[in-house]
Design a protein around this ligand. Structure first.
Ligand SMILES: [Zn+2]
Ligand SMILES: [Zn+2]
Length: 350
């Protein structure tokens, strides 16, 4: 009987990487049928195959995360007889959450369905670019894309526009179709323009931003670690505005951090500070919540009249901040009706 040890690295909902280890014994002569409950942790409800013993690190993972990781581990164990490390894709978590929220909130079904297709495309693009542009790394995101980067990216942009055309809302579909007719040189210029611009809110720019995002994430993953604490309201990697905030459990309360609207870096940010103007006057900083999204805070500043939404993971550990922010569009409408402008629109233009 062959013994295989598989290491699975995935991120829990508090953002820290936790290594889980599944030890599998298998032989191709043994049938992969029958099942028994996890004997180590009754509450995880996991059903494992008879011919596999496993240990699960009983951290704060959802059942679906544990299941995904273990199923992936089993699949790999059949083919790869040596130690390996894998990451449960952040895109997979976002897609699963988008599907979950679409079921809970019918009004958001169309945009979350579109987002799930975008995230699926982004995941694939990230993997392709990791292979297609293996040597590219940069100490700063501010520099223009190289000729090699522009060539590689623009050659794939059309396929992204096809996804937006097929699955996006009607207006976005029409825009994507029109952009596809403009030709490669137009698309190259658009991508370059969006890459170096500090922010975008128009539909064309947001489409390009959604396409470039997996590359920005890839470069960030190759960049040196940024300081753990930053007082900046701009991303320490790409200098863009944050798209949302997150509250994570810290001691008895929640610590706030910002998530970049482009490369999705996360950095700590004080709770009583406006990320728009840096104002610290708590009389001008208000927080609103609504019963339907009681774990999402609308943080408004009466000094600069901007707002940002923060996802409170201490209240809802199932939330996937990026996706829950998209799904809570009614809060954006509420904030705008009350005279606040969003610090940075999300990929869906909200
Ligand atoms: Zn960034
Ligand atoms: Zn402000």
């Amino acid at each position: 009987m062959e013994r295989i040890r598989i290491h699975i690295l995935f991120t829990n909902r508090h953002g820290s990487g936790v290594r889980s280890q599944a030890q599998a014994w298998h032989s191709s002569s043994l049938p992969w049928n029958g099942s028994r409950p996890c004997t180590k942790h009754n509450r995880c409800g996991f059903q494992s195959k008879q011919s596999v013993k496993r240990e699960c690190y009983n951290a704060k993972f959802t059942y679906s995360q544990r299941r995904s990781a273990f199923v992936a581990a089993l699949a790999i164990s059949l083919e790869t007889p040596f130690n390996l490390t894998m990451t449960v894709s952040s895109w997979q978590r976002r897609i699963q959450r988008a599907e979950e929220l679409a079921r809970e909130h019918p009004f958001a079904r169309e945009m979350l369905g579109y987002y799930a297709h975008v995230a699926s495309y982004q995941q694939d693009l990230n993997r392709r670019l990791a292979n297609g542009l293996p040597g590219e790394s940069r100490s700063t995101f501010h520099a223009e894309l190289s000729a090699n980067e522009v060539e590689t990216l623009s050659s794939r942009f059309e396929s992204f526009l096809s996804v937006a055309e097929a699955h996006g809302p009607k207006s976005l579909g029409e825009l994507s179709r029109e952009l596809r007719t403009r030709g490669k040189s137009f698309c190259s210029e658009l991508l370059q323009h969006v890459w170096i611009a500090p922010s975008f809110s128009d539909a064309q720019g947001l489409l390009a931003l959604a396409f470039l995002q997996p590359y920005a994430e890839l470069l960030r993953s190759r960049a040196p670690a940024h300081p753990a604490r930053s007082a900046l309201a701009l991303c320490p990697f790409c200098n863009r505005k944050p798209g949302l905030g997150v509250l994570r459990q810290m001691g008895d309360g929640g610590a706030r951090s910002m998530i970049c609207s482009f490369c999705l870096a996360e950095w700590e940010f004080r709770r009583i500070v406006c990320p728009g103007c840096g104002g610290e006057d708590d009389k001008k900083l208000s927080v609103f919540t609504a019963s339907e999204f009681d774990y999402i805070r609308v943080e408004c500043c009466d000094a600069c009249k901007t707002y940002i939404k923060s996802v409170d993971l201490t209240k809802n550990g199932r939330a996937e901040p990026l996706v829950d922010e998209l799904a809570s569009a009614p809060l954006d409408l509420w904030a705008r009706e009350h005279g606040y402008a969003k610090l940075q629109n999300n990929l869906l233009g909200m």
